[in-house]
Design a protein around this ligand. Structure first.
Ligand code: CMP
Length: 140
């Protein structure tokens, strides 16, 4: 199995409810190692840039407003098949469709306030990691 890096965000609904540790524990239990982590307040420009691929979607403005409504924790996760492993432990985007035991099933409030973001491919993981982290901030 290939060691990969993926990108994760613990979203404002989760930081607000003091779930940073509980979510990180789920990631670690899934075999992922946190090799970079910082708690930040995203600016509107940053959120719009990060979610630029969704710019034309009807939920774009609400999504950006939600993502800047409080602090987030951005993380780089490392492990075997980290991209797929992280998506597995996150569960479906809509918590109503998420499997038991996943982060979104346990913690998410709605499709928007769904507690975590995770990269959907290795290619996007690299782009998303580079968006928030300098190479020297990642210590594996
Ligand atoms: P995320 O993985 O952060 O990527 C885009 C986000 O848009 C997604 O998680 C959801 O939280 C949010 N979102 C809000 N409404 C929708 C929707 N109708 N379909 C898909 N994603 C949505």
């Amino acid at each position: 199995m290939a060691t990969e890096r993926t990108f994760s965000i613990i979203k404002p609904d989760a930081t607000r409810r003091n779930l940073t540790g509980a979510i990180t524990a789920k990631l670690e239990e899934a075999g992922l190692r946190v090799v970079a982590s910082k708690r930040i307040q995203m600016s509107r420009e940053q959120a719009e840039g990060f979610y630029g691929v969704h710019r034309e979607r009807p939920f774009f403005n609400d999504l950006v407003t939600f993502m800047i409504s409080g602090p987030v924790v951005v993380q780089v996760l490392e492990g075997d098949n980290a991209v797929a492993r992280n998506r597995e432990v996150m569960g479906a985007t809509n918590p109503a469709n998420a499997d038991a035991g996943t982060i979104r099933k346990e913690f998410a409030e709605s499709i928007e306030a769904n507690s975590v973001h995770g990269s959907d491919s290795l290619e996007n993981a690299k782009i998303e990691i580079d968006f928030f982290f300098k190479p020297e901030e990642i210590v594996g």
